[in-house]
Design a binder for this molecule. Structure first.
Ligand code: FES
Ligand code: FES
Length: 218
């Protein structure tokens, strides 16, 4: 440490009795390159260069041009290759029906359809929607006429706070079209990936039974 550095306050004592040189730790646009740890005693020995991971600046990921269809409308958008389908829908396209519950594929609140198959949008890369059809809760009604599953949820009082409901409905539609709504036990099994913290399960199962009849696939 030079007297000049000392005057500028560039070195600070850490709790472990070490002095850390900030100037050598932070170089160029916030990217961390090395941390220099210097012994406290002032002896010349023990100057150790510790390599640390180099962090890319925020937003510097590889981008891709995505061409997809969302609720029947063509979408062309440049995205970071790491963007999840859920973040694309909610943050870029302002389709906030699909909810971010856990962001780990464990609650089902983000369920949407990709080419008619239900997927957890939080675990699906948006890039996987390239050339495919995405359907969200915003896209299932026919104008002012609700989808039979939406109406059945209302008629069977299948929600309380409603946070899980868009994911429940999208999953329920797929459950019926897959042919997995043949009994209450089967419905419970094939809807087990959709969690309702309010415990509205009795109404949810009843709604799916009702809608399955109307959809002709029960
Ligand atoms: S937010 Fe996707 S499964 Fe929970
Ligand atoms: S209605 Fe509240 S979490 Fe399902």
């Amino acid at each position: 440490m030079t007297k000049s550095e000392d005057r500028q306050g560039m070195n600070r004592k850490g709790s472990g009795g070490l002095e850390v040189s900030r100037r050598t730790a932070l170089i160029g646009g916030g990217a961390v390159t090395t941390a220099a740890v210097v012994g406290r005693s002032g002896r010349a020995a023990a100057r150790e260069e510790i390599p640390v991971l180099r962090a890319a600046p925020a937003g510097a990921g590889q981008t891709v041009m995505l061409s997809t269809t969302v609720n029947g409308a063509p979408v062309e958008v440049e995205i970071d290759a790491r963007t999840s389908l859920l973040d694309l829908l909610r943050e870029r396209l302002q389709l906030t029906g699909a909810k971010k519950g856990c962001d780990h594929g464990q609650c089902g609140a983000c369920t949407v359809h990709l080419d008619g198959q239900r997927v957890a949008a939080c675990l699906t890369l948006a890039a996987k929607a390239q050339g495919r059809e995405v359907t969200t809760i915003e896209g299932i009604s026919d104008g002012e006429t609700l989808h039979p599953m939406q109406q059945a949820f209302i008629d069977n009082d299948a929600l309380q706070c409603g946070y899980c409901t868009p994911g429940q409905i999208m999953s329920a539609i797929a459950c019926v079209s897959e042919g997995h709504a043949g009994s209450r036990e089967q419905i419970r099994e094939y809807m087990s990936g959709n969690i309702c913290r309010c415990g509205a399960y009795v109404g949810i199962v009843a709604a799916i039974e009702t809608a399955a009849d109307q959809m002709g696939e029960g």
